[in-house]
Design a binder for this molecule. Structure first.
Ligand SMILES: Nc1ncnc2c1ncn2[C@@H]1O[C@H](COP(=O)(O)OP(=O)(O)O)[C@@H](O)[C@H]1O
Ligand SMILES: [Mg+2]
Length: 184
């Protein structure tokens, strides 16, 4: 089974949705802390903060997952030096790419055929993808899940907050410029 086939296609029925909720609850039950990295503006250093937060937690001996939900501009694989790698599938689950000590990376960039490929999706498709990335990934037991978001309060951060919000904490990144601060 390929990574793409691992994601369910078609219309979700209410029974599918209920099952999805149960699977997501079970996955989240094994994650002790969730940190969502957000900002009002782009280019302020979110991905850099998310990558460094992940590495500093891993250096302290924690087991970390990093979920890059910047679907149109994923940069975590590049920052962690694993761009070009592709996620595998085992027992119908997607396997994060492991790097450094106990760092498990999931990103749209690790699913695409090529780094040149553009993702042209609207809101509902992105929301579904984010749900599937939580549901279908073999995260295992994690001390921390760090989520790197695209800027603003659009589809991706909203979906992340909706799915993970109950137990998540936010790290808001900004720069000192007035135009960056007014968007925070
Ligand atoms: N503290 C910093 N000082 C200077 N440049 C930084 C800093 N943090 C990030 N950068 C640079 O700014 C650019 C955007 O960073 P990035 O983490 O991709 O931002 P975002 O994820 O918010 O779009 C990158 O070139 C990065 O190397
Ligand atoms: Mg970024």
């Amino acid at each position: 089974m390929s990574a793409n086939e691992c994601m369910s296609g078609g219309q979700d029925t209410s029974a599918d949705e209920a099952l999805q909720e149960i699977v997501i609850e079970e996955k989240l039950g094994k994650i002790d802390n969730i940190l969502i990295v957000l900002s009002g503006k782009g280019g302020v250093g979110k991905s850099t903060v998310a990558a460094n937060l992940t590495l500093s937690l891993s250096l302290q001996g924690f087991r970390i997952g990093i979920l890059d939900v910047d679907i149109h501009g994923p940069s975590i694989p590049k920052l962690l030096g694993i761009d070009g790698q592709r996620m595998g599938v085992k027992d119908d689950e997607l396997l994060p790419i492991e790097c450094y000590a106990n760092v498990n990376v999931v990103s749209m960039a690790l699913l695409l055929q090529s780094t040149e490929q553009a993702v042209i999706w609207r809101g509902p498709m992105k929301a579904k993808m984010i749900r599937e990335l939580i549901q279908h990934v073999a995260w295992g037991k994690l001390d921390y899940l760090v989520v790197d978001c695209p800027p603003g309060t659009g589809d991706e951060p909203l979906s992340v907050a909706q799915i993970l919000g109950k137990k998540a904490r936010a790290v808001i990144v900004t720069t000192p410029q007035e135009v960056a601060i007014i968007d925070v």
